[in-house]
Write a protein that binds this ligand. Structure first.
Ligand SMILES: *Cc1c(COP(=O)(O)O)cnc(C)c1O
Length: 425
């Protein structure tokens, strides 16, 4: 970290408290699998109960400390009202901060709540964002349809070409907003180069790390200011809740907190419990997602009926070298591929598969499969889809943690069925 950035991060106008937290243990010296189990967990000293209780309450007794915190604008550090904060939120926030190597985090009721509150908190009237066409549809809509209503603007550029990104920077640019790994073509944003650009022009760099998660890459370690995640996906990993996160320096997260209060997208205590519980197996799940996806990508790459495979962990990915250095050999659980015979055969393949479920979303323990042309990229015309590389027959697979041999045999039988010659008699 260079001196200017260090100064900027520590430029606190008022003293920050350690909170919000219920305890002082830190697990920073441990690795992800250990942090995932232990960090943030609050073992109730009154009862000795192991594990964070679900604080299913909307409000808390006021006391001298909470009155003082309200008066001093430190409402985030005390228990006052559950939209402001709740021990179930604090607990899972600490686990997330530990995994992200961030000073502080906030959990939200959805990924979009995290993204919209983060952007609104960081932008002023008249300011400009540089982002990419290859971003999540909800984020694209927010940037494209809503920013101008607040007197802000956006330019969409390539997520991979730093020269294009630099060329899009204007006098009033405040934020570079990109995804670490894009949907569905799994392009990789060169995070270190993006951070260097941010430093050069004094911009904040925000990364949506939903597709990779802090298990595969830690953007904060690479110098990014803020990381957002849809916790709905890998962080929770069980396809049973909607949630979002933002992590970064205590200073920036303190700036986002009042925006969260105004937009109202705080996470419900029961959802916090589910997310914290799910995160205990985070490292275990991610290891299996990554390993299964690499094996499936290699299987598809060798299959004569599969025209093209998109996966950062294989040689044919145009940014394979960047993937190796940036993702440390952890290439994600997402694989996209094109089948011979276009969308017609893609639909057939989905109908023959027994294990992967045909559904949108990703990152769950169960494999999920969908066609980008009629799901995530459905709002684009065929022409626009072609221009951004969504070819006929493209399939997106979120590889689950099922037995890899079972997954491969399922694809083998399904592909065989798609190309089975009709019997003519
Ligand atoms: C799903 C997703 C989001 C939005 O998250 P929600 O929890 O559905 O609001 C944002 N970014 C990416 C990359 C996603 O995949």
């Amino acid at each position: 970290m260079d001196a200017t950035n260090d100064m900027w991060l520590n430029d606190l106008t008022r003293k920050r408290e350690k909170g919000p937290t219920l305890h002082k243990e830190s697990y920073s010296e441990f690795s992800d699998a250990t942090k995932a189990v232990h960090a943030g967990q609050y073992n109730d000293p009154n009862t000795g109960a192991l594990g964070t209780p679900i604080y299913q309450c909307s409000t808390f007794y006021l006391n001298e400390a909470s009155y003082k915190a309200i008066e001093e604008g430190r409402g985030r550090d005390e228990m006052i009202y559950s939209r402001y904060g709740n021990p179930s939120q604090w607990s899972v926030q600490e686990k997330l901060s530990s995994l992200e190597k961030a000073e502080s985090s906030i959990v939200f009721s959805s990924g979009m709540a995290a993204i919209s509150s983060t952007l609104l908190a960081m932008l002023d009237k008249g300011s400009h964002v540089v982002s990419s066409r290859d971003i999540y549809g909800g984020t694209y809509n927010f940037l494209y349809e809503d920013l101008y209503r607040y007197g802000m603007s956006v330019t969409f550029t390539s997520p991979t070409n730093i020269k294009d990104i630099e060329a899009a920077i204007q006098e009033n640019t405040k934020i570079l907003y990109f995804e670490a790994l894009t949907n569905p073509l799994l392009k990789i944003t060169p995070i270190k180069d993006l951070v260097a650009l941010g430093r050069k022009y004094n911009l904040r760099v925000i990364i949506d790390n939903t597709f990779l998660t802090p298990y595969n890459v830690k953007p904060i370690d690479l110098g990014v200011d803020l990381v957002v995640n849809s916790a709905t996906k890998y962080l929770n990993g069980h396809s049973d809740l909607i949630g979002g996160t933002v992590s970064g320096s205590r200073k920036l997260i303190d700036c986002i907190w009042p925006q969260m209060l105004k937009n109202g997208g705080s996470m419900d205590p029961h959802a916090c419990f589910l997310l914290e519980r799910s995160l205990k197996t985070f490292a275990l799940r991610m290891r299996t997602h990554n390993a299964n996806a690499l094996k499936l990508a290699n299987y598809f790459e060798a299959h004569e009926k599969i025209k093209r495979v998109y996966y950062p962990g294989i040689q044919s990915h145009p940014q394979h070298d960047l993937a190796k250095s940036q993702m440390n050999g952890k290439y994600s659980g997402m694989v996209s591929f094109e089948i011979e015979g276009g969308d017609k055969n893609a639909h057939k393949l989905l109908s023959y598969l027994k294990l992967p479920k045909e559904a949108t979303s990703l990152g769950g323990v169960e494999s999920l499969i969908s066609l980008p042309y009629n799901t995530s990229q459905a709002s684009l015309t065929k022409e626009q889809q072609k221009n951004i590389g969504i070819n006929e027959g493209l399939i997106r697979l979120s590889v689950g943690i099922e037995d890899i041999e079972d997954l491969i045999s399922d694809f083998e039988q399904a592909i065989t069925n798609v190309f089975k010659k009709e019997l003519v008699c």
